[in-house]
Every structure is written in structure tokens, then in C-alpha cells.
Design a protein around this ligand. Structure first.
Ligand code: TEU
Ligand code: CA
Length: 541
């Protein structure tokens, strides 16, 4: 495979609203991000993915865009944005913008026009259907609860919205829509950005009349066209958010010969604590062996015809330490380092979500008034109406709700964690004193430095980037063990996923070197390695 810069890169995701406020209005902003670039440089990341910063009425915190070529006033101005791109480029950091083009805001001028009449030139930018028997055209549902169709009084038709009703879906079959999108993408590429993260991109080939949403028949045709018309000639990376990707589908997107995307986010591991066939709120315990099986499947499926992205967290998922690690004071850091190790030693491009590098945790709430997220709020009302108890609903939200990831970043132990001098837009997690950047930077054994070392290992060792992956103990209920091998060298990652002590038999007389561990030493009894709670070690044979 031809080597590209993103093959050995690590990407850091910023949720701008919650990262750093610079002017005391309680809302994170672009100047705030600029002021923290040296911190990110110190961590060692190569690229930043910025969740949307474009003009938006904020029905879904920026994922409802009303002007793709302007910056949300709360975040700053286009001058600030240009300064951020420059400041990143000066530090060798590429800036990845969030491309949200499955839908716009209902306040986008295209939709305002489209709504006016059936023969408005913008009408076909969106997806309109007649009522059927005075009701919705079909049974398509919104990800944010309720039907995906909203009735428009003026013209007597329904429009499609797979997310909130303030996020009408664009009609990708309309060539004019595609051309508008290419134009807008080129506008940003000309500013010198490093690429795009593409929001729910697997939905753009939808066929609403057949109730097909993901992986529609024309999806790959559109992406190929997008590549040709926009970023194909630039040295940028692209990552598609694709909830429905299987390895076969992921290859279609990321096989370099097909000229579509660099890679996609697949979510198979993310769904493992959901009851199959139900909603994300219907959770079950994680099946650890299944997690390993999914990882191993994705590690071995590409064979050079595609590329993985690696992530535990993003702005839509709960914090991984609370989810599959242990967020008690005793084990938070150990389990956080273990989780980081098993992910970062895999093959692919790792993503770190803001706060993950200091081991931030979930923020349970007691009442619905402590929440902001539209997905959680809509679900709450929907399920109350369906007869669920308030307690059940809040338990689901505390486990899975998106606000867990969206609480402001902890920079120090001062009031409001150094995030803002004003009133934060969303209340902070209470564990600020224990978990903050300043403290992490002053502690050589912090999670921060563990992440820093993992990133450096990837930079300095081609085995991490290119090495072949082989899992060793698929049947173990407690250990995750895999090897990476490259040009005669072999590393083995041995991780204890539990808080019990577990032993692992090494091959006799194999000389070994510790590359990295979350404990100070190895505990060995003869050839048997004694793994302490959440111990994770990388050994070189
Ligand atoms: O997410 C896609 C999406 O389907 C999420 O809503 C996700 O499914 C949900 O949190 C899990 O149930 C993308 C963005 O990442 C998300 O923030 C946006 O709300 C959504 O698209 C709409 O743009
Ligand atoms: Ca601000």
C-alpha cells in the first residue's frame, strides 16, 4: 500500500463547545482551542478533528448547519478559523473539519426556500412526499425518536428527517445538491484544511420509498464522485462515520484503488453492550470474548485493501473507563491505561476524544433538567409515554447518554476547572479535583503520559503501524493477548481486563524486553506471569 501521512498518525477529537472558553460566556470557542494547541502538541497528536463549528441554531449542537461557509458566532469568526488553521499548520497539526451533509438545519436558506412552494427551485434539494391516508408516507423512524417524516402545512407534504425535525435530509439524487456540496468542500480545502470527517455518510444513498437508509445503492457512486470533484487531488485524510459498516463494506470505502475515503469508523464493538435488535438504551453486560472477536476480525480483514480507524470514544458515546473499565478512584487510571494500550497497539489510525487522555469519566444525573442532549431528551419523553419508569430511563441515560462525553474539559482544579470564568453551558463532572490536566501533567505516572508514550511508540516503530496482528488466547474470559510482528520482530500485548489477578504462561527461556506497562515491574513466578488488576504490558521477544 502506498504510504500516506495518516497511516502513522493519531487524531484528537475536539468538541468545541466543551473544550476551552476564552471570553467568559461559558461556551468553548476557537480562540480557546488555539490557546491549547501546545498542550495537544505535547501529547503528540498529528491531527485534530473538530466537531462542527459552522453557523447553526444548535438544535443538535452544530450538527444542524444553517451556513456551511460561516462560523457560529458563539465560537468566533472566520478570521479566528483562519488563524486556527494557520496555528495548526505551523505546529504540523492537520485540521480535519466535520462534514455534515446528510442533512442541513431547517434554518438553512435552501430549506427556507424549499418550504415556500412545490415549484420553488430549491424544493428538490430535500425529500418531500405526499401523505398516505392523511398520515406519514411510511414507517421510517428518526434516530432521535418518533417518525422521520414531518408535515409541512404550507404545501401539504411531508419532508424527511432521519434525525431531528430541525435537520431535514438533503436529496442526494439531485445533482445540484451534490454540486453545492462539492463547491463548499473545495471552499474549505482551499483554506488548507487536512481533511474531513463525514457525518453519517452511509445514509446519503438512501431510498426512502423502500425504507432503505444506510448503504443505499448509489452511496459508493456518490463518494467516488466526491473524491474526484473535491479532495482527490489534495493530500488530505477522510474518515466516514458509517454505523452499518461490515468489513466487506469498509473495504468498499477505503480500498485505495476505489478512490473513495481513507478509512471509516465502524461501530461493531460500540454496539456490544446493546441488546441485539433493540435500541442503544437497552443495555446488557459486555461480552468480553465477543469484543476480542470483533477487534480481531477487523484487524485481519483488510489485507492491504483498506484501513482501520481505532476508537473507544467520541462525542456520542459514554466515557470508556466508566463503560468497560473501572471508574473507581482506585482503578480509574490503571483501567484507563489498559484500555488505551489494547487499542493503540492495534493496526489503524487511533482517535482520542478530548478528556480521554486524562481519564475523564461519566457524569450521572438525578433529573432530566440536568441534561442538554436532544437524543436523550426525546427518548425520555418517548419512553415515559410508552410507560417506562423515570428511574429506568435515567439509568439508561446515565449509562449511554451523549452528555457523558460533552461535559466541559477539566484543565485544572480551580472553579469550573479552568474551562471558563463564567457560567459553563453544561455543568461539569464533579470529579474535577481528582481528574484534571494540570494534575496529570505534574504526575509522571498519569494516564496522559501513558497516552503520550503510546503515541510515540507508533511514531517510532513501524511494527505498530504495519505489523501483522495475531490473537493468542481468544477463549480467555479475562485476558486479551495479541502479537504484532514485522520484519522478524515480534511484540506481544498482554492485558488483564479484570480486577482479579490472572496468570499467563510465557514460553520458556524467551528473552524479553518491556516496551511499556501500566505497573512498575513484571510479577513472574517461573514462566508464569502474574497479572495484577487491569495490568497491561507490551513485551518484545
Ligand atoms: O451521529 C450519528 C448517529 O446516528 C448518532 O446520533 C448516534 O447514532 C447516536 O448518538 C447513537 O444512538 C452523527 C453525529 O456524530 C451526532 O452527533 C449527530 O447528532 C448525528 O450524526 C446527526 O448529525
Ligand atoms: Ca466563549
Amino acid at each position: 500500500m502506498q504510504k500516506k501521512w495518516w497511516h502513522d498518525s493519531v487524531v484528537y477529537q475536539i468538541y468545541p463547545r466543551s473544550f476551552q472558553d476564552s471570553n467568559g460566556d461559558g461556551i468553548g470557542d476557537i480562540q480557546g482551542i488555539i490557546s491549547r494547541l501546545d498542550y495537544l502538541k505535547k501529547l503528540g497528536i498529528d491531527a485534530l478533528w473538530l466537531s462542527p463549528v459552522f453557523e447553526s441554531p444548535n438544535d443538535d449542537n452544530g450538527y444542524d448547519i444553517s451556513d456551511y461557509r460561516n462560523i457560529m458566532a458563539e465560537f468566533g469568526t472566520m478570521e479566528d478559523m483562519d488563524e486556527l488553521i494557520r496555528a495548526c499548520n505551523e505546529r504540523g497539526i492537520r485540521l480535519i473539519m466535520d462534514l455534515v451533509v446528510n442533512h442541513t438545519s431547517d434554518e438553512h436558506p435552501w430549506f427556507i426556500e424549499a418550504k415556500k412552494s412545490k415549484d420553488n427551485p430549491y424544493r428538490d434539494y430535500y425529500i418531500w412526499r405526499d401523505p398516505i391516508e392523511r398520515d406519514v408516507p411510511n414507517g421510517l423512524g428518526s434516530t432521535f425518536s418518533g417518525p422521520a417524516w414531518e408535515f409541512d402545512e404550507t404545501t401539504g407534504q411531508y419532508y424527511l428527517h432521519l434525525f431531528s425535525k430541525k435537520q431535514p435530509d438533503l436529496n442526494w439524487e439531485n445533482k445540484k445538491v451534490r454540486e453545492e456540496v462539492w463547491d463548499m468542500m473545495n471552499f474549505w480545502l482551499d483554506k488548507g484544511i487536512g481533511g474531513f470527517r463525514m457525518d453519517v455518510i452511509d445514509l446519503i444513498g438512501k431510498q426512502p420509498d423502500n425504507e432503505i437508509t444506510g448503504n443505499g445503492p448509489k452511496l459508493h457512486e456518490y463518494l467516488h464522485e466526491m473524491n474526484k470533484e473535491t479532495f482527490g487531488q489534495h493530500d488530505v485524510m477522510t474518515v466516514g462515520e458509517t454505523w452499518g459498516a461490515t468489513p466487506e463494506i469498509a473495504k468498499l470505502y477505503s480500498d485505495p484503488k476505489r478512490d473513495e475515503l481513507s478509512m471509516v469508523f465502524q461501530f461493531e464493538h460500540i454496539g456490544l453492550d446493546e441488546v441485539p435488535g433493540k435500541e442503544k438504551w437497552d443495555w446488557q453486560a459486555l461480552d468480553f470474548k465477543e469484543l476480542k472477536r470483533i477487534f480481531s476480525k477487523w484487524q485481519t480483514c483488510f489485507d492491504g485493501d483498506g484501513w482501520n480507524s481505532l476508537f473507544w470514544n467520541n462525542h456520542d458515546t459514554p466515557r470508556i473507563i466508566s463503560r468497560w473499565g473501572d471508574d473507581s478512584e482506585e482503578y480509574r487510571e490503571l483501567s484507563g491505561k489498559m484500555l488505551a494500550t489494547i487499542l493503540h497497539m492495534q493496526k489503524g489510525t487511533p482517535y482520542i476524544y478530548q478528556g480521554e487522555e486524562i481519564g475523564m469519566v461519566n457524569t450521572p444525573v438525578q433529573t432530566i433538567s440536568q441534561l442538554d442532549d436532544i437524543e436523550s431528551l426525546n427518548m425520555y419523553h418517548d419512553r415515559l409515554a410508552k410507560g417506562y419508569s423515570e428511574e429506568e430511563i435515567l439509568t439508561s441515560i446515565n449509562k449511554k447518554g451523549r452528555d457523558n462525553a460533552r461535559r466541559p474539559m477539566h484543565w485544572n482544579a480551580e472553579e469550573n476547572a479552568g474551562f471558563t470564568d463564567g457560567e459553563p453551558w453544561l455543568a461539569l463532572n464533579p470529579r474535577v479535583e481528582e481528574i484534571n490536566v494540570e494534575r496529570a501533567l505534574n504526575d509522571p505516572y498519569s494516564i496522559f503520559y501513558h497516552y503520550q508514550k503510546l503515541i510515540a511508540l507508533r511514531k517510532n516503530n513501524p511494527i505498530v503501524v504495519w505489523g501483522e496482528y495475531r490473537e493468542l488466547l481468544p477463549e480467555s474470559d479475562t485476558l486479551y493477548v495479541y502479537e504484532r510482528s514485522f520484519e522478524g520482530e515480534c511484540w506481544v500485548v498482554i492485558a488483564n481486563f479484570t480486577k482479579e489477578r490472572v496468570s499467563y504462561d510465557l514460553e520458556e527461556n524467551t528473552p524479553m524486553e518491556i516496551i511499556l506497562s501500566n505497573y512498575e515491574d513484571l510479577l513472574q513466578e517461573g514462566v508464569s506471569l502474574q497479572l495484577r488488576p487491569y495490568e497491561a504490558v507490551i513485551l518484545k521477544y
